[in-house]
Design a protein around this ligand. Structure first.
Ligand SMILES: Cc1ncc(C[n+]2csc(CCOP(=O)(O)OP(=O)(O)O)c2C)c(N)n1
Ligand SMILES: *[C@@H]1O[C@H](CO)[C@@H](O)[C@H](O)[C@H]1NC(C)=O
Ligand SMILES: CC(=O)N[C@H]1CO[C@H](CO)[C@@H](O)[C@@H]1O
Ligand SMILES: CC(=O)N[C@H]1CO[C@H](CO)[C@@H](O)[C@@H]1O
Ligand SMILES: [Mg+2]
Length: 680
């Protein structure tokens, strides 16, 4: 680390004032944390390796602002360090359509993950660090260190109070992720005021107990050398993540310094002026960047970063000569392409094949494709034996020293940490290299991870949730484990595939679409109970999200169902046929995919003229989009043997046939239009 000089202090002041000016211009935002963390930002960023002109270079150091409310700080950095963000953009802070939205968003160049919901960023960073360790262990060879970067995180009191961060950081300690450095803005302030109203725990002891190295900076407001020293020390820690507890003053330099009033409100005009004067800037000017600061970062960070990237390209070219197969695979992944013909490995079923639980069918898919897809990585939140997500030759992702596995392993033991798992797979996905990250748990417990699931959809991380035990069909574990509202919630998320496949071909289709998705996450809901292989299903048809499984001329009713209920509806159609009632059967495994088919196609599945009845052993909310009448469960489930519980709720061929007859009777003589028809 070079000696600190006046230019460092000038740069820190520039960062402070650029951040304050953004918040003042917008008259909205959070100036407190940027003022306190500007020194750390300067010290961390000037030594990072990245190329602002190619922000997705794979071996860059990554930076996560977990206290996303201090986003003005990040925009100041992105501007000063040469990313595609002008002073004009900073002036548009928090305005509609700007490149400087209210919290960091994943799509912006230089923003690694979307943050704002506290606790997520640091948990994503654990995923980034896992991804890096996996890439290094998979592709590095003697003399060819293709991957050797760090993930740096800033986080505040709020992130440390959130449970999701505890889950992820506990796992990071177990995994000995030495490539992770977190800087804790210990300012003892949150929105309610002093942290002494709710947060007295000894964070240091907690992180030490997790297996982290903990370092201190006592005067984070001014001690640049202290921060730099701690950072160097942190980077030496190879088998422990590091938390640097950096004590700062929120709103440092402002008249409101040290108070929660500076957390989330612009500084008063006279306060801004006194701050600028104190820092040696003209109090009447805004958005000022001294040329020396641009020059300093250009010379010390941007140019070396670009040089690192060029050297990396040269190294990769030599690597490609020495290890052509590994290089080709890595290159393919960097291009975001799946291997050709991987889909031919997806299992295909005939109606004569035996009935199998869809969780088992999912295991068969994973077993069939893991070898084709080195980018497939994931695991379960301690439900491996019941969720069936571990392929037979899997190696666990574990620190080599533990004797439990290897960093090149691709099966992650998440422990009972659903929310942490969700945030971690988002981070792995955000790393790049085409990672296809999955996490598994019971469908009902995906709700535990709602915060992370929502961010996957918002950010467009194509992660996969393998969600087994998807209904009352799980039986004796009872209402606590039986999902009811879960799919309605997940289907309400924009940009989310929610699959509930009915048989083997549909499970293959769900994985096919999920793995081909570049920007949409998927939940694949799977049954505990056996499901028959259906006449009329195919991977091709199910990949449309919905299709006519059984067509019949002059039908009296369309019955639409998902997952385990499709087979029962097929039997219900036989009961109805005995009474001379003709029913079409539609399988609708994913609303999201179906909604993206052409209008003609959708109309062919749900035509006018006859009533449509939906059948699903879950909440009926949401089904009115497709059906005139819904048969579902709008109460909590019951404990009992799976088939008995189905009988209890009347989800039998006879019970469904009765609902179908009632529906037909109700609509007799009425004009029936497809619910798909809408004014706009
Ligand atoms: C999950 C979540 N809950 C609540 C909030 C609202 N919120 C934003 S900042 C904040 C307090 C954060 O305190 P701290 O991390 O110490 O930040 P500082 O005030 O020190 O900048 C809260 C509660 C949020 N962004 N995310
Ligand atoms: C909590 O912090 C406030 C503000 O610094 C201080 O006035 C108060 O005495 C503290 N209370 C306790 C119990 O530590
Ligand atoms: C964690 C890790 O891999 N760190 C490496 C980062 O890069 C430097 C050299 O550029 C290596 O010395 C570290 O080992
Ligand atoms: C609902 C269900 O099948 N639960 C099982 C999940 O797996 C665990 C461990 O294998 C079993 O103990 C549960 O009964
Ligand atoms: Mg704080």
């Amino acid at each position: 680390m070079k000696q600190l000089t006046d230019i460092d202090n000038l740069a820190v002041s520039t960062i402070r004032l650029l951040s304050v000016d953004q918040v003042s211009k917008a008259n909205s935002g959070h100036p407190g944390a940027p003022l306190g963390m500007a020194p750390a930002a300067h010290v961390v960023w000037r030594q990072m390796r990245f190329n602002p002109k190619n922000p997705t270079w794979i071996n860059r150091d990554r930076f996560v602002l977990s206290n996303g409310h201090s986003v003005a700080l990040l925009y100041s950095l992105l501007h000063l360090f040469g990313f595609d963000l002008t002073i004009e953009d900073l002036k548009q802070f928090r305005q509609v359509g700007s490149k400087t939205p209210g919290h960091p968003e994943y799509e912006l160049p230089g923003v690694e993950v979307t943050t704002g919901p506290l606790g997520q960023g640091v948990s994503n960073a654990v995923g980034l660090a896992i991804a890096q360790a996996n890439i290094a262990a998979t592709y590095n060879k003697p003399g060819f260190e293709l991957s050797n970067n760090f993930t740096y995180v800033f986080l505040g009191d709020g992130c440390l109070q959130e449970g999701v961060a505890s889950e992820a950081c506990s796992l990071a300690g177990h995994l000995q992720l030495g490539n992770l450095v977190a800087i804790y803005d210990d300012n003892r302030i949150t929105i309610d005021g002093n942290t002494n109203v709710s947060f007295d725990e000894d964070v240091v002891k907690r992180f030490e107990a997790y297996g982290w190295e903990v370092l201190f900076v006592n005067n984070g407001d001014e001690d640049l050398q202290g921060i730099a020293d701690a950072l160097e020390q942190a980077k030496k820690s190879k088998d422990k993540p590091t938390l640097i507890k950096m004590t700062t003053t929120i709103g440092f330099g402002s008249l409101a310094a040290g108070s929660h009033s500076v957390h989330g409100a612009p500084l008063k005009a006279d306060d801004v002026k006194q701050l600028k004067t104190k820092l040696g800037f003209n109090p009447d000017e805004s958005f000022v960047v001294p040329q020396e600061v641009y020059d300093y970062y250009n010379k010390n960070t941007i140019q070396p970063g670009q040089q690192y990237e060029r050297e990396w390209e040269e190294l990769f070219a030599k690597y490609a000569e020495a290890y052509p197969n590994e290089a080709a695979e890595f290159k393919r992944r960097l291009e975001g392409k799946l291997p050709e013909n991987w889909e031919s490995k997806l299992p295909v079923y005939k109606p004569t094949d035996s009935a199998v639980a869809s969780r088992k069918l999912s295991e068969i898919v994973i077993e069939s494709i893991y070898n084709e897809l080195p980018e497939l990585i994931g695991g379960s939140a301690d439900l491996t034996p019941s969720n069936l997500t571990r392929w037979s030759k899997a190696v666990d992702f574990q620190p080599p020293a533990s004797g439990l596995g290897e960093f090149s392993g691709r099966y992650i033991r998440f422990g009972v940490r659903e929310h942490g798992m969700g945030a971690i797979i988002n981070g792995i996905s955000a790393y790049g290299a085409n990672f296809k990250a999955f996490g598994a748990t019971f469908l009902n417990f995906v709700s535990y991870a709602a915060g992370a699931v929502r961010l996957a959809a918002l950010s467009g991380h194509p992660v996969i949730w393998v969600a087994t035990h998807d209904s009352i069909g799980l039986g004796e574990d009872g209402p606590t484990h039986q999902p009811i509202e879960t799919l309605a919630h997940l289907r309400a998320l924009p940009n989310m595939h929610v699959w509930r496949p009915a048989d083997g071909n549909e499970v293959s289709a769900a994985y096919r679409v999920a793995l081909n998705s570049k920007h949409t996450p998927s939940v694949i809901s799977l049954s505990r109970q056996n499901l028959p292989q259906l006449e009329g299903s195919s991977i091709e048809k199910a990949s449309k999200g919905g299709y006519v499984l059984q067509e019949v001329e002059n039908a009296d009713i369309t019955i639409v169902a998902t997952g385990s209920e499709v087979g029962i509806c097929v039997d219900a159609a036989k009961v109805l046929a005995n009474k001379n009632i003709k029913s079409r059967i539609v399988s609708l495994p994913d609303f999201h995919t179906f909604d993206r088919q052409s209008e003609e196609y959708r109309a062919s599945v749900f035509p006018d003229g006859i009533p449509i009845l939906s059948v699903e052993v879950l909440s009926t909310l949401g089904w009115s989009k497709y059906a005139h009448q819904s048969f579902g469960i709008d109460r909590f489930g019951v404990s009992g043997k799976g088939p008995e519980v189905y009988k209890f709720f009347n989800f039998t061929p006879e019970g469904i046939a009765e609902k179908a007859e009632k529906t037909i009777t109700f609509y007799k003589g009425k004009t029936v239009e497809s619910p798909l028809k809408k004014a706009f």
